[in-house]
Design a protein around this ligand. Structure first.
Ligand SMILES: *Cc1c(COP(=O)(O)O)cnc(C)c1O
Length: 379
């Protein structure tokens, strides 16, 4: 699905030199690499505060702790996402409220959010799934109207842009009150282990969060709040510093691959290619809104599983993200859910299939993959 070895060849010299330097100085935790990466990411995102942490799941949890959410508070998020999003809500004894998604973008449906709001609702967690922003105009308007926090799960969309109704362009993860991301190796900006970060423009919240990631300490050995131990280590920060200047180029390569896939699938009857929403209808040449963490097709003739098996037999990697709606997972089942409220997710889990997507895909690979899919569907 990804080719991290190929990508490493392009940044090998810089990465090797910075790792060697860290080994020589032994500043493994909180070394200068962490601070310089943090500053570089703040500049790239155009945000005041980046707080690095140990992984994307922690980033979400710490964001919720920083906002002071309390047990029993309801947090609305998407039914169609990776479990980490809902896991941290439950872990903090908040109440996850799962809602359905949009069939075109796979992202949380603002109308479903509205319907799920109760007097206990405190926050909304939109997930920018597969590399494209959720409808942040609508989500921020709902949040304003009801006095709710918005926590963006940006694990899959770092580098993506969002153009709002007024034409203003912002980076994914910087639009809500706080954003969380992951630097897991296969993410668009991945390190060589685990890593994550929290973003915010709110000075007070940033201060609170900086203490939470460090055992609740604002002054050495004074523990003012219950915190966690969540750090990005120096070696991971050095890898990320080498990759960050390449991020836009990496995203361009993913988009180029997505365009080629979609061109090859044009006119296929039982296949829906991923859509990039306005202002860039379709997958255009200049658009930088969607960063294609995944290239996800919908197979609409009921043959998704058979296609997956066919690709597997040919040795073509593929993924089903995600095969089971969260509201049907044992850990997150709740009497409040009614199957009638999840028509889109319930259908998506039977139709979606993701093809290999990374920065090193070449034309020959793309042709082999698209021919194999088409031969199966038409043969
Ligand atoms: C990867 C991912 C996370 C979790 O990130 P980790 O670094 O693996 O903890 C959270 N949410 C989404 C949507 C993800 O894709």
């Amino acid at each position: 699905m990804v080719d991290l070895v190929g990508q490493y060849q392009g940044i090998k010299e810089e990465v090797d030199a910075s790792i060697a330097r860290i080994l020589e100085t032994a500043a493994f935790i909180n070394g200068p690499e962490v601070h310089s990466f943090q500053a570089a990411l703040e500049t790239y995102l155009g945000i005041k505060h980046v707080i690095p942490c140990a992984n994307g799941t922690d980033a979400l949890q710490i964001a919720m702790m920083g906002l002071g959410l309390k047990p029993g508070d309801e947090v609305i998020t998407a039914d169609f996402t990776f479990a980490a999003t809902v896991e941290v809500i439950a872990l903090l004894q908040l109440t996850p409220v799962l809602v359905d998604v949009d069939p075109e973008t796979f992202n949380i449906d603002p109308a479903a959010i509205e319907r799920a709001i109760t007097p206990k609702t405190r926050a909304i967690v939109p997930v920018h799934l597969f590399g494209q922003c959720a409808d942040m105009d609508a989500i921020m308007a709902i949040a304003d109207k009801h006095g709710l926090y918005v926590i963006e799960d940006n694990a899959q969309a770092i580098g993506a842009n969002y153009i709002d109704g007024t034409g203003k362009r912002q980076k994914a993860g910087t639009i809500g009150h706080v954003g969380a991301t992951s630097f897991f190796p296969s993410k668009n900006l991945g390190c060589y282990g685990d890593g994550g970060a929290i973003f915010t423009n709110d000075d007070a919240l940033a201060h609170t969060i900086r203490g939470i990631v460090n055992h609740g300490m604002y002054e050495r050995y004074h523990h003012d709040v219950v915190g966690v131990n969540s750090r990005l280590d120096s070696i991971q920060a050095a890898v990320l510093s080498a990759k960050l200047p390449q991020l836009d180029a990496y995203c361009d390569r993913r988009r180029a691959a997505a365009r080629k896939y979609s061109a090859a699938f044009a006119g296929q009857k039982h296949l829906e290619v991923p859509k990039t929403v306005a202002p860039c209808e379709g997958i255009c040449d200049t658009c930088d809104c969607h960063v294609f963490h995944q290239y996800t097709l919908k197979v609409t003739n009921g043959k998704r599983d058979a296609l997956a098996k066919h690709l597997g037999d040919l040795g073509i990697p593929h993924g089903i993200y995600y095969p089971i709606p969260l509201h049907r997972q044992k850990a997150y089942a709740d009497d409040r859910y009614d199957e009638k409220d999840f028509p889109v997710t319930n259908q998506l889990v039977t139709e979606v299939i993701s093809l290999p997507m990374h920065t090193e895909l070449d034309d020959e690979q793309i042709t082999f993959i698209t021919d194999s899919v088409k031969n199966f569907l038409n043969g």
